[in-house]
Ligand binder design. Structure first.
Ligand SMILES: Cc1ncc(COP(=O)(O)O)c(C=O)c1O
Length: 391
């Protein structure tokens, strides 16, 4: 017999970055001294105390059983306590916290859980490409809103047509932003709540880089905005804050109806997450966050080193306020893709081409601050030798 994927699966977007990975692997296979600034995978290990917590937890047979369907109540409590401590946001752990096997799952399943086929959702452009998988799985219509440099990569809701505002049921936002490194202001979040209430649009704030703010600025949680819990939720992940990307653990917090929709779809798809991982996540959230402070300092040092090296060759960055990315303009005469291809070909440096995040990313490439500092100056020296930037 022959089988083919369902129509819904066939409608899933092609992974733009699969192509980059192929090109990068081909370059690496040539044995060239190759510098990969294209990826978004934290390079540092998970802190020891978290590894020790899972080692202990895996040795306990109580953690070998099925988890409760909706996750360990102690983890939900730890998430609520974390939000209280870090953001002064009060959450009911039972109704306002959903445990997720990584925030990507929540982001992709939520449109399916909350919308009906043919409904409309609004995504930022540029934006994290996996949001599009949620659009395809839920069979909903997509409305894009541009993030423009002159607006600090925050969307301007006035750009939406009246039709779009009326039809949209859901809006995704993400600050600190992947790919641009932009951060949100409290005025912007207030404006978002007003916009959401006026148009009855649910808001999902993807706070994946919530812990990573530069220059002493702590990124704002959307839930700190008055009225936010009435209109939306926030997705939090342990992947970036604690270098736990492979562990697959995160949570959603906020509006109880949206949390219930997430829990309901998950009742049918999963039996929550391996209990030992949940125990380790509790240890991470309850810690004094000293490892997070150290990690942010490391990323900030790398950002500063990379910016200094880039400026030396006349390559002026868009200043990143958070995340672990630098958003770099493409020199004249190139598109994002032709520039990224040239860097790979002639300098053995991989970057992520901006249009992979949507047409709004055209004119930029994304650099991941995920390698050791000396390699940034090496990368910039090699790029400088191509004499692409006028100073
Ligand atoms: C903006 C953004 N959101 C969500 C995620 C997903 O994170 P995870 O599924 O590991 O929680 C990522 C991962 O790269 C991301 O960049």
């Amino acid at each position: 017999m022959k089988f083919e994927a369902s129509k819904v699966l066939q409608s899933l977007p092609k992974q733009f970055f699969a192509n980059l990975v192929r090109k990068v692997n081909a370059k690496a296979a040539t044995g060239a001294d190759f510098i990969n600034l294209g990826q978004g995978n934290p390079d540092q290990p998970t802190p020891d105390f978290i590894v020790q917590a899972i080692q202990q937890a895996t040795a306990d047979p109580a953690n070998h059983k099925y988890s409760l369907f909706r996750g360990d109540p102690a983890l939900k409590q730890a998430a609520a306590d974390f939000y209280q401590r870090e953001y002064n946001v009060t959450l009911d752990p039972e109704t306002e916290v959903a445990i997720l096997g990584g925030s990507k799952i929540g982001l992709v399943e939520l449109p399916f859980a909350l919308l009906n086929p043919g409904d409309t959702m609004i995504l930022p452009d540029p934006g994290y490409p996996d949001y599009l998988s949620g659009v395809a799985l839920a069979q909903v219509k997509l409305e894009l809103i541009k993030l423009r440099e002159q607006n600090h990569f925050l969307p301007d809701y006035n750009e939406l047509s009246e039709d779009a505002k009326q039809q949209a049921k859901l809006l995704y936002l993400n600050y600190p932003n992947n790919p641009t490194g932009a951060v949100a202001t409290s005025d912007f979040f207030k404006n978002t709540v007003t916009f959401a209430q006026a148009n009855q649009i649910g808001v999902v704030h993807d706070f994946a880089y919530g812990a990573i703010g530069f220059d002493g600025h702590k990124p704002l949680s959307f839930l700190q905005t008055p009225g936010a819990k009435d209109v939306g939720i926030e997705m939090y992940t342990l992947s970036k804050s604690y270098n736990m990307a492979g562990w697959r653990i995160g949570f959603a917090v906020g509006n109880a109806d949206m949390i219930e929709a997430l829990n309901l779809i998950q009742d049918h798809l999963f039996v929550s997450v391996f209990p030992a991982i949940q125990k380790a996540a509790i240890a991470a959230l309850q810690s004094d966050q000293a490892t997070v402070t150290d990690l942010v300092s490391l990323y900030q040092r790398r950002r500063d080193d990379f910016y200094a090296a880039a400026r030396q060759i006349g390559w002026e960055p868009y200043p990143s306020g958070g995340s672990f990315y630098a958003w770099m303009p493409v020199p004249e005469g190139f598109t994002s893709e032709t520039f990224a291809d040239l860097l790979l070909e002639k300098a053995a440096v991989a970057v992520a081409s901006g249009n992979g995040f949507g047409s709004g990313g055209e004119g930029f490439v994304r650099v991941g601050l995920l390698i050791d500092e000396p390699r940034f100056s090496e990368a910039c020296q090699r790029i400088g030798q191509l004499h692409l930037f006028s100073r």
